[in-house]
Ligand binder design. Sequence first.
Ligand code: NAD
Length: 361
Amino acid sequence: MDYYITCIPGDGIGPEIVAAAKKVLDAVARKFGHSFKYTDILMGGASIDVHGVPLTDEAIATAKAADAVLMGSIGGDTNTSPWYKLEPSKRPEAGLLKIRKALNLFANLRPAVLFDDLADACVLKKEICEKGFDLVIVRELTGGLYFGERKTYTDNGVRTAVDTLKYDEKEIKRIAVKAFEIAKKRRNKVTSVDKANVLDSSRLWRAVVNEVSADYPEVTLEHMLVDNCAMQLVKDPSQFDVILTENMFGDILSDEASMITGSIGMLSSASLNETKFGLYEPSHGSAPDIAGKDIANPIATILSAAMMLRYSFDLNKEADAVENAVRSVIRKGIRTKDIASEGFETVGCKAMGELIAEEIG
Ligand code: NAD
């Protein structure tokens, strides 16, 4: 079958890591008899240099016409790049906000996986790392406190500010459905995180999540308060499969979950809309300090491509093959510089992509 993928190589290490991910996808296509057709678009600094804006309407139209979008990363050195002398709406990051809005990406997925062979990089105690973990945070991305009404004013001479946390049942339902669907492709467990002992929005959240769970009898649902979840992530992350939560809690918990793996070059992510369409990108930035040196770790982007296979194309076997190929290369002791320690063979970005592609066969 033909799958149409819009690629955003972007800035910094973006073009190198996207090229490595395409190599791996091409190996999947050969092995499993698919055809991936790529169209590149410009975004971020690369688009500013050519078009004067971080994302054109034509580029958005190309992305919308595809089955999914695979992105490297955008942005430059925020202290020295001329892109950051432009007004905020013309800077590279404005392109990312624009495409997320245009594609209606309301669900953000951030997996945190500890690879057995990289347990040394885990910042947690040895006995916790030894149990391993493989979880994904499903965060609501377009509602809640970050999008509510806000104002700053003076009340009887006292400076005062208000932010509003609002969710309606439709917003909660659509993200809950995503989380349960994702759990069905994983280990059938959802932990819904809220602050229902204090917040009305959380009490509605809990009620709607319970209603949605009735349609997924095979998935176990538990509720957890956000403060407890923050503790449990460092105490016993192996207990989690899918963590479902609202925008601000998800923002904080997903950074905490990324940190405990200890390897920024390994962390994938996805943003999905109501259909199967999604934008897949590494969690890290454009790493301008190492751009063009062929030393970036492409694995986060390759694992993002695996998520694309699983969640946008329903190609689970193919996604497993990519994830297993990554594990296998790491098990052989092959590392990029960022995850290497003494005694390991260090390879560049391009070679890492080729080795993972070869592993697929
Ligand atoms: P960064 O993630 O780019 O880099 C932080 C550190 O991690 C750097 O030392 C970098 O060399 C290293 N690193 C990151 N990815 C790596 C990889 N794959 N392999 C090896 N080492 C890697 O964060 P930053 O330096 O704060 O930001 C740089 C630029 O990226 C900024 O313009 C920022 O706005 C942008 N950014 C973009 C995105 C995105 O495209 N979604 C996300 C975050 C930051």
